[in-house]
Design a protein around this ligand. Sequence first.
Ligand SMILES: NC(=O)c1ccc[n+]([C@@H]2O[C@H](COP(=O)([O-])OP(=O)(O)OC[C@H]3O[C@@H](n4cnc5c(N)ncnc54)[C@H](O)[C@@H]3O)[C@@H](O)[C@H]2O)c1
Length: 345
Amino acid sequence: MKFVQVGVGGFGRHWVNILKDTGGVEVVGMVDVNEAALEQACQASGRGRDICFHTLEEALSKVEADAVLCSTPPAVHEHDVVTALKAGHHVISEKPMSDSMPACKRMLKAAVATGRTYCVSQNYRYSPPMATLAEVVRSGRLGPVGQVKLDFFMGVDFGGGFRHDMEYPLVIDMSIHHFDLVRFVTGLNPVSVRGAAWNPPWSNYKGDCSSTALFEMDNGARVLYNASWCAKGQFSDWNGNWQIECEKGTLVYQRGEIKLLNVPQLYKVESEEVVRHITLPWTGQHFVLHDFMAAVSEGRRPRTDVFDNIHSVGMVFATVAAMRSGRTASVLDAETRRLVAKAGG
Ligand SMILES: NC(=O)c1ccc[n+]([C@@H]2O[C@H](COP(=O)([O-])OP(=O)(O)OC[C@H]3O[C@@H](n4cnc5c(N)ncnc54)[C@H](O)[C@@H]3O)[C@@H](O)[C@H]2O)c1
C-alpha cells in the first residue's frame, strides 16, 4: 500500500520508522511545514528529498498514493483527513480525531460521503495488559460490569508545543486513550457524563490539567475517571490504575499486573489470582497499521474506524461540555447517532 505521511516530526518520527519496517508499505510522500523535520525523516527512512512536500495538496497532486497517514497536531487533522478522503484516499490519523466536536462531525460526514476507510490510531488498545482486561471482561466470566474506577496520574512536561496552549490538554490529548480503553475493555458505550476540571498552581499548562469525570454507560454502569498530567510524584503508568467491578468479581490493573478477585456471592472474596497477559501478533501502532491494511484489502471496517471512534472522541468533548457548564452532558447528539447507526457503528 502506498502511503503519504503528513507530520513527520514529533510523534510522526515514530510512524516514519513503523512505515519503514512494515512489509507491504511503500512511502511515496512525506509532508511537513518544518524543514528540519523533513530532513530528519529522510535520514531515518533512507529516502531522498524528492518525496518531500510542504503541503498535503502538493503531495497528493504529484504522487500516486492509496492512503494518507496523519500525525500532525489535533487542530490540523480536520484539514488533512478531509483533504485526503475527498481526494479518494484511505486515512489513518493520530488521535484525537480533532480539537472540537463540530470538526469531528464534519470529518465523520466526509467519511460517509466519500465511502473511504478512515481509521483513528488508538494504539493503547493493543498492549497485552489492556487486551487481557478486555478479553476477561468480554468473556462474561465475571458477569456484567457494574462500576469502574480509572485513575491516571502523571507529571509530564512536553517543553512547549500545542498541549501547553490547549484549554483542556489532559482531556483532549490524553484522556482520549483512556476513554477509548473504557469502551474497549468493558464493551459498553457511554451515554452521558458529569465532570470538573482545575489547574493546580504549579501546573506548567495554560489549560486545566487535572480532572474528574463520571460516565453513565449504556447498561447503567458508572465509570469514575480521575486524572492529572501535573501530578507530583505518585504516578500510575500511561494506562492508569484500573478497578473493574463485575457481578462475580473484580479485576485490578496496576503497573503491568492484573489481579482477579473471585467474588461469586455478595462481598466474600473466594479466591485471588494473577492473570497472565495474552499475546498479540503485533502491539501498538503496528497493530493499528496491520489492521488498517487488512481491512482495506478485505473490504471490512478496521477496529477503530471513525464510526467506532466517534463514541470515544464524543466522550472527550462531552466531558469538556460538562466541565464548562457544570451540568450533565450527552455523549453523542441525535444527528451523530443516526449517522453512526446508518453505518453500522
Ligand atoms: N498515540 C500516541 O501514543 C501519541 C503520542 C504522542 C502524540 N500523539 C499524537 O500525534 C499527533 C502529533 O503530536 P506530536 O506530539 O508529534 O506534535 P508535534 O507538534 O511535536 O509534531 C507535529 C508535527 O506536525 C508538523 N505540522 C504541524 N502543522 C502542520 C501542517 N499544517 N502540515 C504539515 N505538517 C505540520 C510539525 O512541524 C511537526 O513536525 C497528535 O495528534 C498527538 O495527540 C499520539
